[in-house]
Design a protein around this ligand. Sequence first.
Ligand code: SAH
Ligand code: SF4
Length: 394
Amino acid sequence: MPDTTPPITQDVKTIPRALPKGPTNLVGLTRAAMREVLIAHSTPEKQAKMRVGQIWQWIYQWGVRDFSEMTNLAKAYRADLAEQFVIEIPEVVTRQVSTDGTRKYLVRIAGGHEVEVVYIPDGKRGTLCISSQVGCTLTCSFCHTGTQKLVRNLTAAEIIGQVMVARDDLGEWPEVGAPKDETRLLSNIVLMGMGEPLYNFENVRDAMKIAMDPEGIQLSRRRITLSTSGVVPEIARTAQEIGCLLAISFHATTDEVRDKLVPINKRWNIETLLDVLRTYPKVSNSERITFEYVMLKGINDSDEDARRLVQLIKGIPAKINLIPFNEWPGAPYERSSGNRIHAFADIVNNAGYPSPIRTPRGEDIMAACGQLKSATERARKSKRQIEAESGTGG
Ligand code: SAH
Ligand code: SF4
C-alpha cells in the first residue's frame, strides 16, 4: 500500500486556549478560578470560598441556571451576580433518538460551531460520549472526524456543558435539597467523540475535575474514560492530574501499518507508546487499560495480528475492545467479516485478555464511533450540491 498519509499538521499545545470574549461564564471554571473571578467582581475575599461552594452546588448539583433561584444567597448579591456573570451551556440544535434508545444531540457552541454528543443507554449503565475539539488535527485514515479540518479546541465550559445538556434532556437534576441519589441514567463518560483530548489537556482536565467533584455531578474517576490516539508526553499527566481510566486507539500491531492508520505513530511509535503505558501509575488489574482496535478487512485483522497484539501488550493489564469498522461515505476501508472478528477475538481471549466486540449503537442516526459530525456535514454538502445543480447557488 503506498503511503498516502498526510503529515501531522498541528503539534501539542499550539492551539490557543483563549476563551471567547463576553460576560464571564461561571461554567467550566475550577473552584480556584471561580474564587478569583468572584473576588475580582467585588465579592469580599473572606466570603469568596463559601460563595464558590454555594454557587457550585447550585450549578452542578441542582442544575440551576438562574441566579435568582440561588435562595441561600442575599437578594442583592444574586442581582450583582446576574449583572456580571452568566451560566451558559451549549445550545441543543437537534436531538435524535435511535430505535435502540441511543440519543444524539447536535449542540451549538460559540462561533456557530457544532459538536455532537451521544448518549448510550445499556442496562444499568448510561454512557455519554463527549467531544473535546471541533474536528481533529490528526488524520487517522479510517476516521471520518480526521477528514475534517480542525476549527478549534472546546473550552472547559463546552466540555462539561455537554454533560449538563444531557442531564437536562434526561431530566436528571435532583430536586433542590433532595438526598444524593446513586441511581444514574448518565453513569459514565467517555471522551471518544470528536477530537484528540490530549491535544486539549487543560480544558479536558478542568471539565473532568468538575464532573468528579463530590459537590456536583459526582461521577467517580473510574466511570470516566479518556481515549487517546497516543500523545505519549501527556499520558502520564492524565494519570496524575485527572486520574480517569485510559483507552488507547491502538489499531495495528506493526509500525508500518500503524503509521498509515494512526499517523501520530510516526512521532511516537508502538514501542514508545507501550513503554509509557507500562509505567502508567494507575495500572492495576482493577484499572486495566483499554486497547481499542478497529477491525479493517485485510489490513489489521489476521490471526498473525492477533498473536502479535498479545505479545506486544504482555505485562500490561488490558482489555481489548474490538470495534467493527463503521463505514462512512468514501471511506478507504471495509469492515472485517463477523467470522474474522470472532476468530481474532478468540486468540486474544485465549491469551487471557477480555476482548469484547463492540456492538455499533445508534447506527440509524449515524451516532457510531468515527461517524460523528459526518451526517450533518453530508446534509450540508448535499444541500449545496442540490443548489449547484438547480443553479440557485449560494
Ligand atoms: N481522538 C481520540 C478519541 C476519539 S475517537 C482517539 O482517537 O482515541 C474514539 C474511537 O473511535 C477511537 O478508538 C477511534 O480510533 C475510533 N474510530 C474512529 N473512526 C472509526 C470508525 N470509522 N469506525 C470504528 N471506530 C472508529
Ligand atoms: Fe482524531 Fe481520534 Fe479520529 Fe484519529 S481517531 S482522527 S485522533 S478523532
